[in-house]
Write a protein that binds this ligand. Structure first.
Ligand code: NAD
Length: 261
């Protein structure tokens, strides 16, 4: 229960990686502010279920983080309802795939707003409280695409490279404030975000979803295995621990060897 008494905000935690990280932090005793979209009744069941399973306080705020006010509102709501923001996991993200010359402007704006600008606004809003308390952990979920590119993903790759840069800047600024700032760069994780890409590819290529899963993995990863939200949750817990006190400004790949090539 290394995080008992701490409060963690995990953006985009109604699904996928964010949910896995929120559950892992709750299992260590952290109170949790959930965020993300979805069916109201399903989210309430998730919130109440997590609170009961882990014996921690769990709140939910459905702020749209593609807007600066939404991000500041989420941090403010966590401070008001749970008392502080000790851990911030900037995880919410979306994807859109098209060649640069066909990429719709509004899709560029949407991906940059959520995948990059929300990370900046989140850190900006949470840092003053962390500094005042002399302790904080910021974990930005970037991607293998924060380090290398793939065709068709101009906005996503630009945003994730930006997240890696912003992580390093914040880490330098907070080096003696008791606050660490790190990025996690997952490879393929089988979440709704990736499932949709696989289904789109199967449709486009006239193949099955199972065939596309193997193709997708083997195109990028030497290891033909999906990383899971639970693997990423375990890394996030370590980054929040005392053992990781001097680990800051680091990009942590968990990607089946993707960027080792
Ligand atoms: P997901 O689609 O399963 O979950 C995304 C979450 O973000 C959901 O809770 C959704 O409701 C929320 N969300 C979407 N738009 C939002 C908005 N405007 N405001 C607030 N919340 C919003 O996705 P995932 O695969 O779990 O991805 C999570 C993060 O991990 C993203 O930043 C993604 O880029 C990154 N990532 C994913 C993979 C992968 O293979 N799945 C790999 C590398 C990085």
């Amino acid at each position: 229960m290394a995080l008992k008494g701490k409060v963690a905000v995990v953006t985009g935690s109604t699904s996928g990686i964010g949910l896995g990280i929120a559950r892992a932090l709750a299992a260590e005793g952290a109170d949790i502010m959930l965020n993300g979209f979805g069916d109201g009744a399903a989210i309430e069941a998730l919130r109440a279920g997590m609170a009961a399973e882990f014996g921690v306080r769990v709140a939910y705020d459905g702020a749209d983080l593609s807007k600066a006010e939404g991000v500041a509102g989420l941090i403010g709501a966590a401070e008001a309802e749970l008392g502080a923001v000790d851990v911030l996991v900037n995880n919410a993200g979306i994807q859109f795939v098209a060649p640069v010359d066909e990429f719709p402007n509004e899709k560029w704006e949407q991906v940059i707003a959520l995948n990059l600008s929300a990370v900046f606004y989140g850190m900006k809003a949470a840092i003053p409280g962390m500094k005042a308390r002399g302790w904080g952990r910021i974990i930005n979920i970037a991607s293998a695409h924060g380090l290398v590119a793939s065709a068709g993903k101009v906005a996503y790759v630009a945003a994730k490279h930006g997240v890696v840069g912003a992580t390093k800047v914040a880490a330098l600024e907070l080096a003696n404030a008791g606050v660490t700032v790190n990025a996690i760069c997952p490879g393929w994780v089988l979440t709704p975000l990736v499932q949709k890409q696989i289904e789109d590819r199967a449709k486009a290529n006239g193949t099955t979803v199972e065939e596309e899963k193997i193709k997708l993995l083997s195109e990028k990863q030497p290891m033909h295995k999906f990383t899971t939200p639970e693997h990423l949750g375990a890394l996030a817990v370590f980054l929040c621990s005392d053992g990781a006190e001097t680990m800051t400004g680091v990009v942590h790949s968990m990607d089946g060897g993707w960027v080792a090539q």
